[in-house]
Design a protein around this ligand. Structure first.
Ligand SMILES: [Zn+2]
Length: 129
């Protein structure tokens, strides 16, 4: 599995879950201070902060105010899914193993350094148009 040991993968999972919990708390706080009672109720009735349904609920409601945090949560969700199905550590675009150092810094990244810089160049080019 991309040259990562079971131990390493367990460690990565712990890190991702920890980060996810912290992000969730921040997101909930932000929601409480930014939006109305309806959402508060919705969040209160979600089984717990690990609840995947809540994540998709948020995606569907298009809460742009959560911006980067929501994106990061989604990236973490995807990384956890890749851990489950055994594709973690492989680049989403080129399929090559992602640099271990890079995973150390950004365990949720789906892209190797090359593909990420390509994507960033592309994004810049699109934005400049
Ligand atoms: Zn790549």
């Amino acid at each position: 599995m991309a040259g990562l040991s079971a131990e390493k993968l367990a460690e990565v999972k712990e890190r991702l879950l920890g980060r996810k919990r912290r992000l969730w708390l921040e997101v909930k706080d932000q929601l409480k201070s930014n939006i109305g009672d309806g959402y508060q109720e919705m969040l209160a009735t979600a089984r717990d902060e690990e609840d995947q349904a809540t994540v998709s609920l948020m995606a569907e409601t298009n809460l742009t105010l959560l911006g980067p945090k929501r994106q990061e949560l989604e990236a973490i969700e995807e990384a956890l899914t890749r851990l489950e199905n055994g594709t973690y550590g492989l680049c989403e675009m080129c399929g090559q193993p992602i640099e271990p150092r890079r995973l150390e810094i950004m365990p949720e990244t789906p892209l190797c350094r090359n593909c990420m810089s390509q994507r960033e160049k592309l994004a810049k080019a699109t934005a400049a148009r």
